[in-house]
Design a protein around this ligand. Structure first.
Ligand SMILES: O=C(O)CCC(=O)C(=O)O
Ligand SMILES: [Fe+2]
Length: 287
């Protein structure tokens, strides 16, 4: 680990002390910069020592503006069939589960789509590519594209929440989505990495819970008419984050998380997932 991690060690130690004494850790989010983020922060997040890492100003305002305006007019903008209030540009891998045609299309389109992602911010550095470089530098064995089917996956997709849109409490875990895939089963946990290029003028907060539910527990709490769990069947969120333009947020996506209803404006973010298989394996990324 080549970067100075003084702050992170201090933070981890005090959080550990809290865990030993059984006192709820007070610090559920840690603030970092692109310069100070280090491997220990990722490990501590995967261990559940805090719920989120925030890097303010990860993407400069001018780049955010360029990306947001290009996304709103993007020819590939469409709505999720399971969550019709959320628009997206580029497909999520999980949408192709048990749909061989969709999956084939996903893999065929990887190179073109990674190029299109870079073009979203061109000639500025795309924050997803910035993250790619940063993770490769800080992680002992570097970071690379996930390849659960022996071919590299795409990464980076955009989500647009307009007025009235929300994301119900849910979990994202490739290991649970792909129960028959051997490589997916080696993943210990998964992180969502989100860069906000436009924010709502009200609502649109990111809610995070400590809880992770297995399939049965999740189904028992799921609202049968939707993909998400019923707020009434889970405790209140442990942490609510109001994102700012340019923020990068990292959070454990295998734990329950949600986005509150947008009151006004467009909330536009780029995101990807990170796969963690322990310190002696590379980090991976995909969308
Ligand atoms: O846009 C967000 O804040 C969260 C979206 C989400 O559910 C995720 O990135 O897994
Ligand atoms: Fe999610």
């Amino acid at each position: 680990m080549s970067r100075g991690c003084g702050d992170s060690e201090k933070n981890m130690n005090s959080t550990l002390k809290n865990l030993e004494t059984g006192v709820e850790p007070k610090c559920l989010i840690i603030e970092r910069s692109a310069e100070s983020l280090c491997a220990e922060d990722i490990i501590a997040l995967c261990r559940g020592q805090f719920l989120a890492v925030r890097i303010s100003g990860f993407c400069p305002p001018t780049t955010c503006q360029v990306i947001a305006s290009r996304l709103l007019e993007h020819p590939q903008l469409s709505f999720y069939p399971h969550a019709p209030s959320i628009a997206h540009v580029f497909d999520a891998f999980y949408e192709g589960y048990q749909n061989p045609k969709k999956r084939e299309k996903y893999y065929e389109g990887v190179a073109a789509r990674n190029h299109a992602l870079r073009m979203l911010s061109w000639p500025h550095l795309n924050p997803m590519n910035h993250l790619q470089l940063l993770l490769d530098e800080i992680w002992p064995l570097g970071a690379r594209r996930e390849q659960i089917h022996d071919c590299p996956m795409a990464f980076g997709l955009a989500q647009i929440f307009s007025e009235g849109a929300c994301a119900l409490p849910h979990q994202d875990f490739l290991r649970m989505d792909e129960p028959d895939n051997v490589r997916a089963q080696t993943m210990l946990t998964q992180i969502t990495a989100i860069v906000y290029t436009s924010i709502a003028s009200g609502g649109g907060q990111l809610q995070l819970w400590h809880e992770h539910f297995n399939h049965q527990e999740f189904e028992a709490r799921r609202d049968p008419a939707s993909y998400g769990v019923d707020y009434a069947k889970i405790p209140p969120p442990a942490l609510t984050i109001t994102p700012d333009i340019g923020d990068l947020i990292l959070a454990d996506s295998t734990k329950v998380h949600a986005v509150t209803r947008i009151d006004e404006g467009n909330r536009i973010a780029l995101n990807c997932f990170l796969g963690f298989r322990g310190i002696s394996e590379p980090l991976t990324y995909w969308s």
